[in-house]
Every structure is written in structure tokens, then in C-alpha cells.
Unconditional design. Structure first.
Length: 286
């Protein structure tokens, strides 16, 4: 009887030397879901972006998550690679993490529940955390929030982070721990690339997205902790847990300023930018 491939691999790594050789043989190999290190090795960048300015690139598999602290002025691009990504997004001030995105204020202050180019992500202190700079999807959800372990267990049979159908909250718990936070710090989140629409009778209907290649770029207006869980939307009607990879790329840039048309695009947005500038000026962070 001949050894199977698994048997041969176990034999090869049965000693310390064999395990070392096997581990080092993996150097330089990539799987789809992992960060690009160094980030400056990123590819498929916009024509006006230099690779030397890239500070983060990562592909997040379906059922995966990512998190990073980003400087003011950073541009964050999210790309739905295959048409079934669903990026659950949460934001916190990196200066004071108790300040975080407030979805209710993001909607009501801007008089718009459907986010698109120019929309701000507002904090619970009335500050502009980030701005949607460009958006080829315009299919997002500010109404339904994140999936939970119990809901995914009831629907798919499992909601644990290591299982076949992770919930957003289970993944956010891991991301938050690595940022020194807990689930108590998790606000309601916003879903990008999968949307909802309120019908005339008040019913909430699911919108499946814009398809492969849709992208959103977000300008960071103050230092932020960013966490993203790429999981199936809570209203996705398909019986199976369907979610495909999401690419994240971030590069250095400049924040929105008074000379930009976006600054005065509405009285509410101008006030939010002014609130952010006031805080950063007082802390010497602008």
C-alpha cells in the first residue's frame, strides 16, 4: 500500500527540521484572502495613485473580516470583486474610540437614508468621520444592521466566526478585541454593496447590488479605527450563505477642506466638517 499525500506531508513534518523546511517553503506564496505585505506591492490601482502611497491592501474572503487604524486624509477603496460581497462597516475615532459612527444621525441629519457620492458618515458627536468620494454601487443599507450568532444559527445552522456561516457580530467581536475594544463598543453598522429599499406600503425589500467590480471610495476625515465584516446580508433571500471576496485598498491623500465643493454641499455637511476641524485644531491633529 502506498502512502497518501496527507501521510507523506505528516511524515515530512514529523521532525523539527522537516517542519521548518516545510514552513519556509511556503514563503512568497499567497492565498486569495490575506493582506498584501508590504502594502506598496498592491496592484490594480487607480491611475493617479502611486504604489508608494498605499498603506493597506487586503482581500477579505466571504465570511471574513478586516480592521485597521487609518490616518486623516487616507482614501479607502472597497471593491466587490465577484458581485456578492457585503461589507458591514463600522467606524470609531482613533483619538477617542467612545466616539463612533452613528447611523441614525448619518441618515437623519443628511435627510437621506440611501447613501451615495458625497454622503458623510457622521459620529454621535455631529462630526464628519468620513466622506463617500465615489460610488459605482449606490446599493447600500443603513436600516437593518449586522447579523447575529443566534440569527445565523436559526437560518443557516451556525453563526460562529470559525463556522461555515459567520455572523457579522461574531467577526466584529474578534476585530474589536484586537483594537482594545469590546462588543459593547459596537454601534449599528452600515452594509455596503447589498441594499434595502422602503416601499410605499412601508415594507423593506432587499436589493442585490450592482454586480462584480462595483466599488466605493471613502475619504477619512479624522483618524479612524475601521472594521469590516464581509458576510451575507440579513435580508438576503437565498437559502444558502452566499458572500464573495471583497478587496480593500487604502492610500495616503488629503482630507476634505474648505476649498472643496463638498465642504459646502449642504448646511448640515458644512457644520459636520466644521465640528471635525474644531476638534482636530484643538488637539493639534489637523
Amino acid at each position: 500500500m502506498t502512502d497518501t499525500t496527507d501521510d507523506l506531508q505528516v511524515a515530512a513534518t514529523a521532525t523539527t527540521g522537516g517542519a521548518l523546511a516545510h514552513a519556509r517553503s511556503q514563503a512568497g506564496q499567497r492565498v486569495e484572502s490575506m493582506p498584501t505585505v508590504p502594502a506598496t506591492a498592491a496592484v490594480d490601482l487607480p491611475p493617479d495613485v502611486e504604489a508608494t502611497d498605499v498603506v493597506w491592501e487586503e482581500t477579505v474572503a466571504g465570511g471574513g473580516y478586516a480592521h485597521r487604524v487609518l490616518a486623516r486624509g487616507t482614501t479607502l477603496r472597497l471593491v466587490d470583486l465577484r458581485g456578492d460581497a457585503c461589507a458591514n462597516l463600522a467606524l470609531w475615532s482613533a483619538l477617542d474610540p467612545w466616539e463612533r459612527v452613528n447611523v441614525a444621525d448619518t441618515v437623519k441629519v443628511q435627510w437621506q437614508a440611501y447613501l451615495g457620492p458625497g454622503a458623510l458618515f457622521l459620529s454621535d458627536q455631529g462630526r464628519a468621520l468620513a466622506t463617500i468620494a465615489t460610488d459605482t454601487s449606490q446599493c447600500h443599507d443603513t436600516l437593518c444592521g449586522s447579523s447575529s450568532i443566534l440569527a445565523n444559527e436559526a437560518r443557516y445552522g451556525d453563526g460562529s466566526p470559525q463556522g461555515p456561516s459567520p455572523s457579522a457580530r461574531a467577526l466584529f467581536a474578534l476585530a474589536l478585541t484586537k483594537q482594545g475594544l469590546t462588543l459593547r463598543d459596537l454601534p449599528p453598522t452600515i452594509s455596503l454593496f447589498k441594499g434595502t429599499h422602503i416601499e410605499p406600503d412601508g415594507a423593506t425589500t432587499f436589493r442585490p447590488g450592482a454586480g462584480p467590480g462595483a466599488e466605493v471610495t471613502i475619504k477619512v476625515e479624522m483618524p479612524l479605527i475601521v472594521a469590516i465584516a464581509n458576510v451575507a446580508h440579513v435580508l438576503d433571500p437565498r437559502p444558502d450563505y452566499v458572500v464573495t471576496p471583497l478587496r480593500i485598498t487604502a492610500w495616503r491623500g488629503r482630507a476634505t477642506g474648505p476649498d472643496d465643493a463638498q465642504w459646502t454641499s449642504s448646511p448640515e455637511r458644512e457644520r459636520a466638517y466644521l465640528n471635525t476641524a474644531d476638534l482636530l485644531d484643538a488637539r493639534g491633529a489637523r
